[in-house]
Structures are given as C-alpha cells and as structure tokens.
Design a protein around this ligand. Structure first.
Ligand SMILES: NC(=O)c1ccc[n+]([C@@H]2O[C@H](COP(=O)([O-])OP(=O)(O)OC[C@H]3O[C@@H](n4cnc5c(N)ncnc54)[C@H](O)[C@@H]3O)[C@@H](O)[C@H]2O)c1
Length: 250
C-alpha cells in the first residue's frame, strides 16, 4: 500500500483525471476527501470508492471561493484528523483565438485554474507545515510549457500554475512540504472530446500528433500523481512532470 494511512484532498474528483486518481489513491490505502462543484458526480466517486471498500467523503466545493476552501479543510480534519496530500486538479479548458476571448471568459477560467490553486495551497499547506510533512500536486499542462494557437488564456493559466508551484515549493521547503506540478498532453476525458470538437480533428488525428501514437489515459496521469503523493518521491519538490507521449520533445 503506497499511501497507507494517508489522507488526500482531490479537487474536481467527480470526473476525468481527478476521479481516476481518487480511485487509485483509495486502492493504495488513502482516505479521500472528494471535492467537486458538481455534487452528483462527486457523490458517485465516493460511492465507487466505498464499493471498493475504501474510505471517502464528498464535500461540495467551488475552488474559486475562499470560504469553501476553509470548509473543505475543516471537513477533512474532522473526518480524518490530518491532511497529507492535496491534488489541485479542478480546471476548465477554453480554446479560442485571442480576439474572441471575452473578459468574463478570461476571469472565469483564471479564477478556477489559477485562483483555485492559490487558495488550495494557501489553506492546506499551513496544515501540512504543522505536521512537518505533506505533498501538493498541481495540475498544469503542456500548455504551461509550449505555445499553441487558441491557447493564450488556458496557457496563461497553466503557466501560472507551473511557476506558482516552484514558488510555493521554495516557500515551504523548510517545513518539509513538497509541491510539484504535472503537465499532461491530451488525456482522454471530456477535455479531449472538447478539443476534438473545437479543432475539427478526429480522435485518430489527435492521436497521430503524439510521438507515442496516441493520447493518454487518465490512469496514466493518476499513476504519476500517485508517485508524487507517496513517500517514493520524498526528495522531489518544485519539479514538473510531463506526461505527454513525447509531444513537447518534438
Ligand atoms: N484532459 C486533458 O487533456 C488535460 C491535459 C492537460 C491538463 N489537464 C488538466 O487536468 C485537470 C483535470 O482535467 P480533466 O481532463 O480530468 O477534466 P474534467 O473536465 O473531466 O474534470 C474537471 C473536474 O473539475 C470540476 N470543476 C470545474 N470547475 C470547478 C470548480 N470551480 N470547483 C471545483 N471543481 C470544478 C468539474 O466539475 C470536473 O469534475 C484540469 O486542471 C485540466 O486542465 C487535462
């Protein structure tokens, strides 16, 4: 059991990468605080964890709201007594030419993808610091590393997550709290379906843009997050983990 006796908060765990990570973490012995703005899907993830004899609670949560983060931290401590892992996973995706992006769209995406990560680190890392141990994993993207048409907004948010991760890692290294970012290429969730619709490229065409010949599966991201959450990565902080089938090497 690679996460035995650990307690993990996973945001946006109702679907996609967050859900797969929650199920994997649970199978490795962690107790999970599942959060999502979508109550139905969040409760479904908890049910599936309990069906595999794991421990989990659902906390309704909009990551853009500071009070909601304070509530999540209280619920986690009340249910499980501590917080070992935070996976800042919740995020949204917009592909649009710069001149078509409204200010409302800009502010909404930035609030979820950037402010949500900031608030999560702000409220959870002090708890970890008191414990003198903890691991935070922030969901960035290859869009936080390389450029692409239609990605000014999303890329800005994921670039921010990339550098915020390194800053937070330095701020909390003395308290032995680690912070790392993950950078997936297209992973087969609703986001890849959206990308296919917006770009007019079929799934096969998107697959072909990756040197390994395919997009990734959520499980493949979850396994990297598991490594970063576990003590196996105990000397790793401020690092960026690319999971992209070789896309950024081309
Ligand atoms: N799928 C990909 O191709 C891909 C690639 C690179 C990075 N990522 C990143 O990985 C993360 C997960 O993506 P996914 O593909 O699983 O997406 P997804 O859409 O399947 O899941 C995102 C989850 O976040 C939740 N969410 C949205 N807004 C929220 C809010 N304000 N508060 C709380 N929860 C909220 C949604 O309800 C949903 O359950 C995102 O940060 C995304 O940007 C995804």
């Amino acid at each position: 059991m690679r996460l035995e006796n650990k307690v993990a908060i996973i945001t946006g765990a109702g679907t996609g990468i967050g859900k797969k990570t929650a199920l994997l973490f649970s199978s490795e012995g962690a107790s999970i605080v599942v959060t999502d703005v979508n109550q139905e899907s969040g409760n479904q993830t908890v049910k599936e964890i309990q069906d595999q004899c794991g421990q989990a609670i659902f906390v309704p949560h909009d990551v853009t709201k500071e009070e909601a983060w304070m509530h999540v931290v209280e619920e986690a401590k009340e249910a499980f007594g501590k917080i070992d892992v935070l996976f800042n996973n919740a995020g949204i995706y917009i592909i649009k030419p710069m001149i078509e992006i409204s200010l409302d769209e800009w502010n909404k995406l930035m609030a979820i993808n950037v402010t949500g990560v900031f608030l999560g680190m702000k409220h959870v890392m002090p708890v970890m610091a008191e414990q003198k141990k903890g691991s935070v994993i922030n969901a960035s993207s290859i869009a936080g590393i390389i450029g692409a048409p239609g990605h000014v907004l999303y890329g800005a948010s994921k670039g921010a997550v990339r550098t915020m991760t390194k800053d937070a890692a330095m701020e909390y290294a003395g308290q032995r709290v680690r912070v790392n970012s993950i950078h997936p290429g297209y992973i087969k969730t609703g986001m890849a379906t959206y990308a296919s619709e917006v770009t007019g490229k079929s799934e096969e065409q998107l697959d072909a843009t990756y040197p390994l010949g395919r997009m990734g599966d959520p499980e493949e991201v979850a396994k990297t997050v598991l490594f970063l959450a576990s003590d196996e990565s105990s000397f790793t902080t401020g690092a960026e983990f690319v999971i992209d089938g070789g896309a950024t090497v081309q």
